[in-house]
Design a protein around this ligand. Structure first.
Ligand code: VGL
Ligand code: ZN
Length: 210
């Protein structure tokens, strides 16, 4: 496979057991694994993100008395959708999916602060703290980022929009991503939002060399 220059990085968002076969299922998520494994061969720089929550995380409905999954609350001044417990630090549900080639890659974790959620791989939802991913990419001369993974309508969307705002030429690899689609058009709307923000919508065949 043709190699992209080191200025081009692949960001694989949250391809973790809980989203594929665990507590917060993203429909058809397992289908992206062979696609990610294929496209990553074109990239010299590959980053994986992990949703990495403590058990007392404020995005878990069980941590709010009387609240249900998918209810919306205010979490320290930010709107928060409540989820089942997922991607708890050190538990099997937080591991990258078996069969995903995660060799020779960099790992960034997010969602570690119990008081704030972090959909983006770059910043928490209040843009209060950075994960270090933006700095890392800039320090390494990366100019173009290709974003894929789970879930298109949450963490992939937030990561891609932050990437644009940080000045990266940003591509969504649509067929290497899947969404939750709580409402049937959530993924379609997320793609429109990304496009409006300046994200180029691409598929794996558009990645040079793939
Ligand atoms: C995600 C909901 C809650 C994601 C993470 O990875 O898209 N979604 N936490
Ligand atoms: Zn989460």
């Amino acid at each position: 496979m043709k190699q992209l220059p080191a200025t081009h990085a692949l960001i694989v968002v949250d391809v973790q057991n809980d989203f594929v076969s665990g507590s917060l299922l993203v429909p058809n998520a397992a289908e992206i694994v062979p696609v990610v494994n294929r496209i990553r061969e074109a990239f010299a720089t590959v980053v994986f993100t992990k949703d990495w929550h403590p058990a007392n995380h404020g995005s878990f409905a069980v941590n709010h008395l009387g609240k249900q999954v998918l209810e919306q609350i205010d979490l320290n001044g930010l709107p928060q959708t409540l989820w089942p417990p997922h991607c708890i630090q050190g538990e099997p549900g937080a591991e990258l999916v078996a069969g995903l080639n995660s060799e020779r890659a960099y790992l960034f974790v997010k969602g570690t602060d119990p008081g704030i959620d972090s959909y983006s791989g770059f910043f928490d939802n209040g843009h209060r703290k950075a994960t270090g991913l933006g700095e890392f990419l800039k320090t390494n001369g990366v100019t173009d980022v290709y974003v894929c993974g789970l879930a298109t309508d949450y963490c992939v969307k937030a990561t891609a929009i932050d990437a644009v705002q940080l000045g990266f030429n940003t591509y969504l690899i649509e067929d290497a991503s899947r969404g939750v689609n709580i409402q049937p058009d959530d993924v379609a709307n997320a793609i429109k939002e990304m496009q409006a923000a300046g994200v180029c919508i691409a598929t794996s065949v558009d990645v040079p060399g793939c």
